[in-house]
Design a protein around this ligand. Structure first.
Ligand code: 0A1
Ligand code: ZN
Length: 881
């Protein structure tokens, strides 16, 4: 059977390594078609290890030589099977010398050592180091590295690796060398080298302690005008970590390198972060406000890994969220602090929760559902998921919600005091938080080991005579694959009560003396009742303020209460949430009408609330923008028992059109009043105004009339930044405007030389309402399209399959056939990218029968292929299981 589940690895099977490593010395003779790697590893016995078998892993590397303690190792002294090299009964002290031969130019997986646009780069997380040499490639084996790079001087003038540059010079024959030494112990997944024709922006800064550090951002020639924002973001990250967590940069030199071919966002290699160009390069001509914000977040994220991930790393890959959840939480807080205002923080929080709901909730409800600390996996690359990252960040955030910022900081301090230089587990982090705050957090472990999104149902009862308000919270966990029953979680539920005027009531709960206006209820049992005293009138509850836990909250609000909260709640998150709930009700009702073939109609209530928000000059434009943005089609889909993408699309479009009709004058005002004058700046205030103005344009675009077409065209023609230009182009592309085709053509020719902008051009078209499978196939024939470059593949194929549900789920199944073809084509080149695409049909069982059958056929078609990677096989097998 081809669909057999490939072998899984289990967390419970963890065993310590037989040997530790003290030092690693490596020599690279870099050549695209034949790179020689000489590695010398000094091992010492780990007496806590299970046995004496020294185990090394290799993947598609040619083993040229293997010597142990100065002598060539006889064939019978080791076993080499399927990439695993075992030396049984190895002595206590071992020096291994290994020579391998690799072909970076043929490496399309972009793992290990590869070539991108003529330059060399590495990507070793999670298990890419074994594509360079045989090695105990597991994160708990840490070592100090010394690395010699040799290469043609003309083609590869720049030679970089982790740590400090010790020596460099000429080798005579047109080649040169550089010797690097990393003073810190690290696991092999943090190894990196870069060689090529690059230039850098650099800056010297003084750290908190007074030490100096050299910062560099390396790019290809021609991109030096796009490094400033990344550099500024790096400096801000360094300052922020000093201030908020007392963590200083521990190196004399810190480098960021941009590469155009990269599987993910970026990588935190010690002292030598390697970034997808998308998260480095920016100037007003090519980057949008969102790009600027993403660059700041990702630069921060990778920098913060220097402590949370690198100084303290993961014992094994099941602990991935130990570094990722924590580091995402840190980058979220950093971005929020960089905006600085309360309203800005709230908008950032809303954006983060949006991602969680749009991507993580469906994952948690689908066939790839897994706990934040998984129990097993087949291919670790498949576990760089929104659950590990975003839900993991929510889990970390809950410690802060429970203990406050100071308590959280105490926990962090203790974590570093105990574990600096070690490879540890999620339990160690939880223990540090518990011990620093004098709390028993045994129950909190369930957030790490139970998958699925818990539900919290709330009922309330007001006793007008006794002036008491009872709030009963009941939690339940949906069953997920292999976990039928869920034990109760410890859920922090942040609550406030609003009086009739919309003001926060002072809260008397239990015997507490103070009367805060927000309290965090700790829900521990399946059901618990909390009693508020001295409640002088029947309140409207504001529950799960600031989204205090990653749960689905159920409470039977009336429409009037939602409108009231939307207008008054002091918690900006819940003000937004109330509007979203109101909109979701309308969207679901409209979807049902569309399904039954009835005429679509909607009452005026939503438009009234939206109008009030839109016209409320007291509210920050960024907040107004997010409040007026309707839930995405995929979020609506998750609310349905049986998903009908066509009906959802019709419903959402209808609602947008009717809002645009009734709010037209206000939208035009907002459009006019939020123009940003002067030179472009990506700061949050300007970006917020642009966002509201552009949202107005996009609503108005639904009217598709000549006056609006003219507005789009004018904005396109006059834009002095990419945010405005892209919005205008998207509006044109989704309209019947006469200038539509011309604008698309002009955009292409204006930005032909900017790959990141051409990605936007593909992506915008892939998601346009008019783009069907045939149109996507045609775009694939465009000379600028290539499946080999992950950004380009994502910009067209992923944007279509994940970002255009209306067309992707065409009833004839043509979208699914296309998907199957592309998964197979990509898999032959780059399994990681293919496996991501493979997940687009994750939720197939939830669709209407006609679609479901066609999805099933497409999944089967992929499953039946005889040469699937482990990556794709795992995803497809789990989908079909
Ligand atoms: N640790 C990185 C993510 C990352 C993981 C795997 C990669 O392999 C292609 C690349 C990057 C981060 O969290 O930023
Ligand atoms: Zn990370």
């Amino acid at each position: 059977m081809r669909t057999d589940t490939p072998a899984a690895i289990y967390r419970k099977d963890y065993t310590p390594p037989s040997h530790w490593i003290s030092t690693v010395e490596m020599g690279f003779d870099l050549d695209p078609s034949a790179t020689r790697v000489a590695t010398r590893i000094v091992f010492e016995r780990n007496h806590a290890g299970s046995d004496r078998t020294l185990t090394l892993y290799g993947d598609e590397v040619e083993l040229v030589q293997l010597r142990m303690n100065g002598k060539a190792l006889a064939k019978r002294a080791y076993q080499l099977e399927q990439g695993v090299l075992r030396i049984p009964s190895a002595p206590d002290d071992v020096v291994l010398e290994i020579e391998t031969l690799i072909r970076p130019d043929r490496n399309t997986s972009l793992m290990g050592l590869y070539v991108s646009n003529g330059n060399f780069f590495t990507q070793c997380e999670a298990e890419g180091f074994r594509k360079i040499t045989y090695f105990p490639d597991r994160p708990d084996v840490m070592a100090k590295y010394k690395v010699m790079l040799r290469a043609d001087k003309r083609k590869y003038p720049v030679l970089l690796s982790n740590g400090n540059l010790i020596e460099q010079g000429d080798l005579g024959d047109g080649r040169h060398y550089a010797l690097w030494e990393d003073p810190f112990k690290k696991p092999s997944y943090l190894f990196a080298l870069v060689a090529g024709n690059l230039i850098c922006q650099e800056e010297q800064i003084k750290l908190q302690s007074g030490r100096k550090a050299l910062l560099q951002v390396w790019v290809e020639e021609g991109n030096l005008d796009k490094t400033q924002h990344a550099m500024a973001s790096l400096i801000n990250s360094i300052r922020w970590d000093e201030k908020r967590f007392g963590l200083e940069l521990d190196l004399d030199r810190f480098m960021i390198v941009a590469v155009g071919d990269f599987n993910m966002g970026a990588m935190e290699n010690k002292g030598l972060n390697i970034f997808n160009t998308k998260y480095v390069l920016a100037n007003p001509r090519i980057a949008t406000d969102v790009d600027y914000a993403n660059i700041e977040a990702v630069v921060g994220h990778e920098y913060f890994h220097n402590w949370t991930g690198n100084r303290v790393t993961c014992r094994d890959w099941f602990q991935l969220s130990l570094k990722e959840g924590l580091t995402v939480f840190r980058d979220q807080e950093f971005s929020a602090d960089m905006i600085g205002t309360d309203s800005g923080r709230a908008v950032k929080r809303i954006d983060d929760v949006r991602v969680l709901r749009q991507a993580q909730f469906p994952e948690d409800a689908g066939p790839m559902a897994h706990p934040v600390r998984p129990d097993s996996f087949v291919e670790i690359s498949n576990f760089y998921t929104v659950t590990i990252y975003e839900k993991g960040a929510e889990v970390v955030r809950m410690y802060q919600t429970l203990f406050g910022r100071d308590g959280f900081r105490k926990g962090m301090d203790l974590y570093f005091e105990r574990h600096d230089g070690q490879a540890v587990t999620c339990d160690d982090f939880r223990a540090a938080m518990a011990d620093a705050n004098g709390r028993d957090l045994a129950q909190f472990e369930r957030w790490y080991d139970q998958a699925g999104t818990p539900r919290v149902s709330v009922t309330t009862r007001y006793d007008a005579g006794a002036h008491t308000y009872e709030m009963t919270l009941v939690q339940s966990g949906a069953s997920t694959a292999g976990q039928e029953e869920k034990r109760p979680f410890l859920i922090p539920v942040s609550v406030g009560l609003l009086d009739g005027k919309g003001r926060d009531m002072p809260l008397s709960l239990g015997d507490a003396e103070e009367q805060p206006t927000t309290v965090v209820l700790e829900l521990k049992a399946r059901s618990q009742t909390f009693l508020f005293r001295n409640v002088m009138e029947k309140p409207v509850p504001s529950i799960l303020r600031n989204f205090s836990a990653p749960v689905v909250l159920e409470y039977d609000y009336t429409d009037a209460e939602l409108a009231f909260l939307m207008a008054h709640d002091s918690d900006a998150f819940n003000r937004w949430e109330a509007g979203q709930r109101l909109a979701m009700r309308r969207l679901l009702a409209l979807t049902a009408l569309s399904q039954s073939g009835d005429a679509l109609q909607v009452d005026a209530a939503l438009a009234e609330s939206f109008s009030a928000t839109l016209n409320d000059g007291e509210l920050d434009p960024a907040f107004r923008e997010t409040a007026l943005n309707l839930p995405a089609e995929t979020v609506v889909a998750e609310q349905m028992d049986v998903i009908d993408p066509q009906a959802i699309h019709a419903a959402r479009r209808f609602l947008r059109q009717s809002l645009a009709k009734s709010l037209r004058p206000s939208l035009l005002n907002a459009y006019r009043d939020n123009a940003v004058n002067g030179p472009y700046s990506p700061d949050a205030a300007s970006a917020g105004k642009r966002a509201l103005r552009n949202l107005s344009l996009s609503y108005l675009g639904e009217l598709d009339d000549e006056e609006i077409h003219a507005l789009m065209q004018k904005q396109y023609d006059n834009a002095n930044n990419m945010t405005d230009r892209m919005t205008a182009l998207a509006a044109l592309a989704n309209s019947r405007a006469a200038g539509r085709a011309a604008a698309l053509a002009r955009f292409y020719s204006d930005f032909e030389q900017e790959p990141l902008v051409i990605d936007k051009w593909f992506s915008l078209q892939a998601m346009a309402r008019t783009t069907d499978v045939a149109a996507v196939r045609k775009l694939m024939k465009h000379p600028a399209f290539s499946l080999k470059n992950p950004n380009r593949a994502r910009s067209l194929i992923f944007s279509f399959c994940n970002g255009n549900p209306f067309r992707f789920h065409a009833i004839d199944g043509s979208g699914y056939e296309f998907w199957a073809e592309q998964v197979l084509a990509l898999d032959a080149l780059n399994p990681q990218v293919a496996a991501r695409l493979a997940r687009s049909l994750d939720r197939w069982r939830k669709y209407a029968p006609a679609l479901r059958e066609k999805m099933h056929a497409a999944l089967k078609r992929v499953a039946d292929s005889s040469r699937l990677s482990k990556d794709v096989k795992e995803v497809i097998t789990k989908s079909l299981a």
